[in-house]
Design a protein around this ligand. Structure first.
Ligand code: SF4
Ligand code: SF4
Length: 558
């Protein structure tokens, strides 16, 4: 972070002392660096969002529609009837406080309104005021408050300081799911024009062109073809991705971060190498060129609109099933929402690996297999020749992405792959209360990966970075592995701030490094063009040998 506080200033600025005033009497501090900009009307118009207008968080007046209060209250009533979980979550919290210190934003800021119990109270207090008799009658005494402009601003501030990670719900004895409440709260904010610009720009680009980055089909193909050329330069292996090919067995869908920006691109190179190695009959789609879904960070409806293209393309291309890349929220959506949104996917088959014959029964409903499941199965059946020494320069710890871990329980597969592609002793776990289902969020997910709220992101990511620092200092870890493209986008910035000695990598990148092809050229570098361990020494030894031979020959001539 070039501007903004230094790490030591953030650390000394955190206080967990109770505030002097009651929470209802404290207004949010909209300090630059701690909030996202409001959505530009351009993006709102692209996707027919209501009430497009130029709004600035810094202004006192936010240009709300005249009937904004009625719209929000109507929206709450509507959601209370459609989502019984919301009503339940509002009603059953016993204020036990078990969730209070479990949120990374609370740990990183010390702000009491980042305690999940209080974050929920921001909406619950309005629910009580308008939908519960005690709140109507007794007001603040019953924990109720009027919906005012200050309250809606407070929602905007704190519902974008929740990354929908669900860590708090793991510790709640009632399973109250703050993430679901945040999504519904954000839906209500969007209904009066209060979305955030960074997320909505990605949503609009995805809706219009097919990916968050707004790549045209031609640009998508150019980027992937370039990575295939890189593979050929480094390994001598020609990887030949096909696009929009009807009749392929598998549709492969990846997040755009994997073909657009480093270090995701190295993971994409790994996918291409893996598919070439096993001769997978797959196609990419230039229309479903985005597995990620920022729409879901906005509303269920927008999530569904963006998600539609994956099944639409699978149907159009006539594939049997779908293979998905290393993406976090793509998998949470796949496991928790897709079957409900679309019903039975009868036009696809229950996925079966064409290489091992393994039937992925866990994908029976949605027909989509995670690349980690697929690769782990290949390794388990001895289908890949791997040389772990090619990753000997890497000492790795693994970040369980919130969505793949808490969202769908993918814990063992990536670890199994890692242990097979790294030399023994090169994989180290972070402390147990920071991994697997208790993993800490990167602090920048759910569409808040904007530059303007960098201070907040560094605060929210502090618990994750702290655990990485621990294994760096204790074991010399130099890489953090993950199976999520958003993590690959956000963690390099986070670690650059807190633990700059540690780099970020996808897991399929490590597979690409380790894969041994019969026809490959001698590998001297990894997929990032970094020298493999021993290569420099071998070159020096060869040079010394040649020099000695030349000297001996010269001596003989004399
Ligand atoms: S879902 Fe995650 S970010 Fe949101 S309140 Fe819970 S722990 Fe915090
Ligand atoms: S842990 Fe659950 S019941 Fe306890 S305060 Fe938090 S949300 Fe309420």
């Amino acid at each position: 972070m070039s501007k903004g506080p230094k790490p030591a200033e953030i650390l000394t600025g955190i206080s967990y002392q109770p505030p002097p005033k009651g929470w209802m009497d404290v207004k949010p501090d909209f300090r630059p660096g701690t909030y996202c900009n409001l959505a530009s009307p351009k993006w709102m118009e692209w996707i027919d969002y209501p009430f497009p207008a130029s709004r600035s968080v810094a202004e006192d007046k936010w240009e709300l529609p005249t009937d904004w209060k009625e719209i929000v209250l109507q929206g709450m009533e509507d959601r209370l009837s459609r989502f019984r979980s919301l009503k339940l979550f509002f009603d059953i919290c016993v204020r036990c406080g078990a969730c209070a210190d479990k949120c990374h934003f609370f740990l990183g800021t010390g702000d009491p309104k980042n305690m999940p119990v209080l974050r929920a109270e921001l909406m619950r207090s309005v629910y009580k005021r308008y939908f519960k008799p005690a709140g109507r009658l007794l007001g603040q005494v019953a924990g109720a408050r009027d919906l005012t402009e200050d309250v809606i601003k407070e929602w905007f501030f704190y519902l974008h300081q929740c990354t929908i990670c669900r860590r708090c719900s793991l510790f709640c004895p009632y399973g109250i799911d703050m993430a679901e409440m945040t999504i519904l709260g954000r839906e209500m904010l969007s209904s009066v024009g209060l979305s955030i610009d960074w997320a909505l720009a990605s949503v609009a680009q995805c809706y219009d062109k097919g990916s968050h980055i707004g790549a045209t089909p031609q640009a998508f193909k150019d980027m992937v073809d370039f990575l295939a050329e890189e593979n050929e330069r480094i390994t001598g292996i020609t990887t030949q991705p096909s696009y929009n090919r009807k009749g392929a067995e598998v549709l492969f869908v990846m997040p755009s971060g994997d073909y657009f920006a480093d270090p995701g691109t190295f993971t994409m190179m790994g996918y291409l190498l893996l598919f070439e190695y096993i001769g997978l009959d797959y196609t990419l789609s230039t229309y479903a060129a985005e597995g990620g879904n920022f729409g879901w960070f906005e509303s269920h409806e927008m999530g569904k609109r963006l998600n539609a293209k994956i099944y639409a393309e699978a149907k159009r291309l006539g594939v049997k099933w779908i293979l998905g890349g290393e993406c976090g929220h793509m998998w949470r959506i796949c496991n928790q929402y897709m079957p409900t949104w679309w019903g039975p996917v009868d036009f696809l088959e229950e996925p079966v690996s064409p290489i091992t014959g393994t039937r992925f029964e866990n994908a029976k409903v949605h027909k989509m297999v995670h690349i980690s499941e697929f690769t782990a199965d290949l390794i388990k059946h001895g289908k890949l020749k791997l040389d772990p020494q090619r990753n000997a320069h890497i000492k790795l710890t693994f970040h369980d992405s919130c969505n793949t871990s808490r969202g769908m329980g993918v814990f063992e597969e990536p670890r199994y792959i890692i242990k097979n592609v790294l030399p023994e002793g090169h994989f180290v776990e972070m402390p147990p209360n920071t991994i697997r289902e208790k993993t800490f969020c990167c602090g920048s997910s759910s569409g808040i990966n904007a530059n303007e709220n960098m201070e907040l992101r560094m605060q929210g990511g502090l618990p994750r970075a702290n655990a990485v620092r621990y294994v760096y200092e204790k074991y010399g870890v130099n890489h953090l592995g993950c199976i999520c493209a958003l993590d690959r986008a956000t963690l390099p910035t986070l670690l650059g701030y807190w633990v700059p000695e540690v780099d970020v990598t996808g897991i399929t990148e490590l597979v690409g490094n380790a894969l041994v092809f019969d026809e490959e050229i001698e590998r001297t570098t990894d997929l990032r063009d970094r020298d493999l361990v021993g290569v420099a020494e071998a070159e020096e030894a060869e040079e010394a040998e040649e020099a000695a031979a030349a000297a001996a020959a010269a001596e003989e001539e004399e």
